[in-house]
Design a protein around this ligand. Structure first.
Ligand code: G3H
Length: 525
């Protein structure tokens, strides 16, 4: 696929090969077509971008064996390798990855409809994530390059890998969120089988060779196909030690259920959320409106961190609703590479109809569309509708819409509002808009226990990636950040010896002889 012109597809990308045991193996079975919902013709027609393997269970299980053998129950080359050598592989990978920026950015736009600036940001942020992870691991290693003496025992404590990881990423951040799992998993000495999401799959093709060239055979393996046909059978074998998934809890639970030894399975999950914005009477409305525009509609609201419900105080609701709705109608819809575009085609063909159902259900139960363009449908889009007043009976209140529709609900009692948020099934983040510290202080003290990040006068977001990213209830299992992910994908393991002359002599010899990759006090700079 030529990359010079973002708005044209000159050739199709047929991803014939999958990555198995260090080899790009040609798949000779059924292929799945990959379409973009972006049309290039006057009359609407999805654009064919290429094809990917529709792999089957036996092939997926073979690939799993490659990861299992490379880990070799902890005895493999990769899990026992010196940290420096694993880091060298990662550096080689990221250097190679950087050369693929233009191709990946173009595919991000066509496959998932992300704007050009956001696609570039996703790529650059991911590269930065890899470098930050490398630096953090060096620090972790430096901190572990020592012995501790306690209760007559000398202990040399490091972090060791967990085993074989099944990694499944989401379509909305097919590069960043997937790599935020995969990179720390690999660097800590685990091996992995990775399956891209249904949308945002071809954009990984330019990176397959980089994976192949940079890591020993079997360390990273890439498969394609349907989750239930390839991921579920892999889980059923009981050979997966870590399920690393960003998606929804239904698929996470279905996969967990397949695993025969649940006590052995570690979970690292980023799941659904329904982050609320709370607009207090003291809020600066100009600021709150701009932040809520970004929070609700960046990438059309298809972010787990998107603001998915707006609670506005009775005292300011009329003013907020009027000005917010006007701002929504000013947003430009267009193809991702066009200047100034904020709203872009939805990659899931069924999404406009789903959002339409939510709007209809809310209208039937008493909500109005406040903005003139709200709910206007085209072949690949539905213009964001601001719905008011929304109540608990409506689907748009209960479901994570993950798309362009904005439910607004008014309140006048902050204690009742806190009760409502406390009973929600979700618990990722909240945006709190206000300037009066007497109100903000006590609210913050409760909200930090209901979610895991309170954004003061700003929209919700994951970044910067060094900050902890997690959630309560149905929103997450485990914590991800550059720092935390290294810990999530490993556990502490150590060598202990009684503090006596004989043992200490052996330890000194071990260190001098350089025969152990684990017992060493080398310092990585
Ligand atoms: O979909 C969830 C992403 O982690 C959101 O990340 O807040 O940087 O858009 P973001």
């Amino acid at each position: 696929m030529a990359t010079s012109n973002y708005s044209e597809i000159d050739s199709l990308l047929h991803q014939k090969a999958y990555l198995d045991n260090g080899r790009l193996v040609d798949w000779n079975g059924k292929m799945d077509e990959v379409f973009s919902t972006i049309s290039t013709t006057a009359e609407y027609k999805p654009t064919l971008l290429g094809t990917v393997p529709h792999m089957d269970e036996p092939t997926a299980l073979n690939v799993l064996e490659s990861a299992v053998n490379a880990y070799d129950k902890g005895k493999g080359e990769w899990p026992t390798m010196r940290v420096k050598d694993r880091l060298d592989c990662m550096i080689s990978f990221v250097e190679e990855m950087k050369t693929k920026r233009e191709e990946v950015v173009k595919l991000l736009m066509w496959e998932i409809g992300k704007t050009l600036p956001d696609s570039e940001k996703e790529f650059d942020r991911t590269v930065e994530y890899v470098y930050d992870t490398i630096e953090d691991y060096k620090q972790l290693d430096r901190d572990s390059s020592k012995f501790q003496k306690v209760g007559g025992i000398n202990a040399h404590i490091r972090r060791g890998p967990l085993g074989v990881v099944l990694c499944l990423g989401p379509y909305n951040y097919p590069l960043n969120e997937t790599f935020a799992l995969l990179i720390p998993a690999l660097i800590m000495g685990n091996t992995a089988v990775f399956k891209p999401a249904k949308h945002g799959v071809l954009l990984l093709s330019p990176l397959l060779e980089a994976f192949q060239k940079s890591f020993p055979a079997g360390v990273i393996n890439v498969i394609y196909g349907r989750g239930r046909e390839v991921a579920a059978p892999i889980m059923k074998t009981g050979k997966i030690d870590v399920l690393a998934l960003i998606g929804n809890s239904k698929s996470a639970i279905a996969l967990q259920d397949q695993h025969p030894y649940k006590n052995r399975l570690r979970l690292i999950l980023g799941l659904e959320a329904k982050n609320p914005a709370i607009i207090l009477p003291s809020a600066d409305l100009d600021l709150a409106i701009e932040e809520c525009i970004n929070g609700t509609l960046s990438y059309n609201g298809q972010r787990c961190t998107a603001l998915k419900i707006v609670y506005v105080h009775d005292d300011v609701k009329d003013e907020f609703n009027k000005r917010f709705s006007k701002r929504v109608d000013e947003l430009k819809f267009g193809n991702p590479w066009e200047d100034g575009v904020k709203l872009t085609p939805l990659p899931e063909p069924g999404k406009p109809a789903y959002i339409q159902e939510l709007i209809k259900d809310a209208q039937d139960k008493g909500a109005n569309i406040l903005n003139a363009k709200g709910g206007q449908v085209s072949s690949n889009y539905i213009y964001p509708a601001v719905l008011f007043p929304v109540d608990e009976s409506m689907r748009v209140y209960q479901e994570e819409q993950f798309g362009p529709v904005i439910p607004v609900k008014s309140f006048n009692d902050t204690q009742l509002l806190l009760d409502e948020i406390a009973t929600s099934n979700y618990g990722q983040q909240v945006s709190l808009f206000g300037n009066n510290v007497d109100t903000l202080g006590p609210l913050i003290d409760v909200l930090v226990n209901l979610v895991c990040r309170v954004n003061l006068n700003s929209s919700c977001q994951r970044g910067p990636d060094v900050l902890p990213f997690t959630g309560r209830k149905d929103s997450a299992v485990g914590t991800l950040s550059v720092h935390d992910a290294l810990r999530s994908f490993s556990l502490r393991t150590f060598v202990a010896s009684k503090d006596n002359a004989k043992n200490n002599e052996i330890v000194r010899e071990l260190l001098k002889s350089n025969t152990s990759n684990f017992v060493n006090t080398d310092y990585l700079l």
